[in-house]
Ligand binder design. Structure first.
Ligand SMILES: [Zn+2]
Length: 135
């Protein structure tokens, strides 16, 4: 059984909602920021996606797909930064489990920890991804 805490490593660099998973650049209009709690300083309400944001779809080891949001600079280079990016995703889940998690998160963590990405499948802009919801 994978050890989620070991997979996450010591430095708990976690991702921010609405931001590039690699460099934390904002990818959406930030309408509201959390002022307290474990996610203080993190966006809590997002608006429309900004220009240049990318939704990169990764193929995970068990055959499922996983979309991660990256900025225009980090997106094309994501494959080379995959270990670092995935570590941040793991960190974020461990952090969430520690601070807000309930029973179900443990299972989710173990499933994802056992399924690292094999590579990038395709890239869309965030505006394309959410086109149906944007009016
Ligand atoms: Zn970036």
């Amino acid at each position: 059984m994978p050890d989620v805490y070991r997979a996450a490593g010591k430095d708990m660099n976690i991702r921010k909602t609405g931001c590039c998973v690699n460099c934390d650049a904002e990818l959406y209009e930030i309408r509201q920021v959390q002022t307290k709690g474990p996610y203080a300083g993190h966006p809590s309400r997002l608006g429309a996606p900004l220009d240049g944001g990318l939704a990169v779809t990764f193929l995970l080891m068990d055959g499922t797909l996983c979309d991660l949001s990256l900025c225009a600079e980090c997106g094309p280079a994501a494959e080379g930064n995959l270990p670092r990016i995935w570590r941040k995703v793991m960190n974020s889940m461990v952090y969430e489990q520690k601070h807000t998690g309930e029973g179900d998160y443990k299972q989710l963590n173990l499933t994802l920890a056992a399924n690292p990405p094999l590579g990038m499948l395709y890239t869309r802009t965030l505006k394309d991804k959410w086109r149906d919801r944007l009016v």
